[in-house]
Design a protein around this ligand. Structure first.
Ligand code: NAD
Ligand code: UD1
Length: 340
């Protein structure tokens, strides 16, 4: 099978390409390098031993996208990662997010329809649940989105539902919890641009000396140690779920045209536990301080992964320590590259 991967140079896209190729799929990837670098393609070649079939392409350019999809023979399914993902930026620049995340998805669906491609796996987010009672399953209510970014994920899911009702499109929407970690080779990983918003890159950048101190956003929450609880999932486990989702669509295991799965570990870890885990695997005492709560943070969220286990035959295999170990190795590899 040949899979078109949009956003293939990005964090989750690049790890998914590795696992797709390992599983024997042909991959064709596109990206506009808005939040990634062409050097990722070299790293993918080094890991997989294969030249990646890649085209620089912006999914907002509808006619170029349609021409590309039509002229690329044999695409069986699409995995759609391409989107902007910075929550804070989406509040400041909502139209950028609606144009790229929603408009880009509409363009892609039109291109797929014209080319007769009937299967798509979509990157959604646990952000659609807002503050829910964990473990959160797929039947938890979708709350009013807290940000334009979150809203784009809800809108795209609705568009996909409508399109799957109107045509013979089949959809798997994957709601990720907190993706972290990097490939064991340390050749690919997350590349946060500027000051990271997310916890794990902030931890590793503090440990390497790029940031002075990590601020823990609040220790007065009603949780085991007062800090927020999240479900940190290793990006390689996440990538493997996409391979399982493609298999699920290919073998027509889906009962509905639109299926949705939570992707997490099923375990909640606090911010302090994440720090302790990092300190254990790195042997570094992290410089951190307790600060005020961050506006908009939910207290605790972790997934019920039963549906993914039953439906996709998938579950995570990597621990929080594996996440921290690989993130640290990746940060060190980045520092070595920067110092060259
Ligand atoms: P990323 O920014 O690393 O990857 C996205 C890729 O898409 C980038 O390489 C970017 O250059 C590309 N892109 C953006 N706009 C494009 C366009 N118009 N045309 C072509 N390429 C474009 O992000 P990621 O962490 O790999 O996230 C992948 C997907 O998963 C996104 O849809 C994101 O919203 C979703 N998601 C991510 C997380 C997370 O924490 N990383 C959590 C939930 C959902
Ligand atoms: C954020 C996004 C969410 C996205 C998710 C995964 C927001 C409001 N939400 O969620 O939409 O799906 O990332 O990419 O941005 N923390 C600190 N200090 C820091 C950074 C984080 O204490 O410097 C804490 C946070 O308060 C939180 C936990 O660490 O409790 C995880 O934070 P983060 O990595 O930003 O992820 P989320 O807030 O879960």
């Amino acid at each position: 099978m040949k899979i078109l991967v949009t956003g293939g140079a990005g964090y989750i896209g690049s790890h998914t390409i590795v696992e797709l190729i390992k599983a024997g799929y042909d991959v064709v990837a596109i990206d506009n390098f808005d939040n990634s670098y062409p050097s990722v393609l070299e790293s993918l070649k080094e890991i997989t031993g294969k030249e990646i079939d890649f085209t620089e392409m912006d999914i907002r350019d509808k006619s170029a996208l349609k021409t590309f999809v039509k002229n690329t023979p044999g695409i069986d399914a699409v995995i759609h990662f391409a989107a902007n993902k910075a929550v804070g930026e989406s509040v400041a620049l909502p139209l950028k997010y609606y144009e790229n995340n929603v408009g880009g998805t509409v363009n892609l669906l039109e291109a797929m329809q014209e080319a007769g491609i009937k299967q798509i796996v979509f990157s959604s987010s646990c952000t659609v649940y807002g503050e829910a009672t964990p473990p959160v399953d797929e039947n938890a209510p979708i709350l009013v989105a807290q940000s334009p970014y979150g809203n784009t994920k809800q809108i795209c899911e609705e568009i996909l539902i409508d399109q799957s009702k109107a045509t013979d499109l089949t959809v798997v929407a994957l709601r990720y919890f907190n993706p972290v970690g990097a490939h064991e080779s340390a050749l690919i990983g997350e590349l946060p641009i500027g000051i990271p918003n997310n916890l794990v890159p902030f931890i590793t950048q503090t440990a390497i000396g790029k940031r002075e101190v990590l601020t823990v956003f609040g220790d007065d929450y009603p949780t085991k140690d007062g800090t927020c609880i999240r479900d940190y999932i290793h990006v390689v486990d996440l990538a493997l779920a996409h391979v399982a989702a493609i298999d699920y669509l290919a073998k027509q295991k889906n009962e509905e045209a639109f299926s949705v799965f939570n992707l997490g570990t099923g375990e909640g870890n606090s911010v302090l536990e994440a720090i302790q885990s990092f300190e254990k695997v790195s042997g570094i005492k992290l410089n951190y301080k307790i600060g005020p709560r961050r506006t908009g943070d939910v207290v605790q969220v972790y997934a019920s992964c039963e549906k993914a286990f039953k439906g996709l035959g998938w579950k995570t295999e990597r621990s929080l320590e594996d996440c921290m170990r690989s993130s640290w190795k990746w940060e060190q590899a980045l520092a070595t590259k920067e110092n060259k």
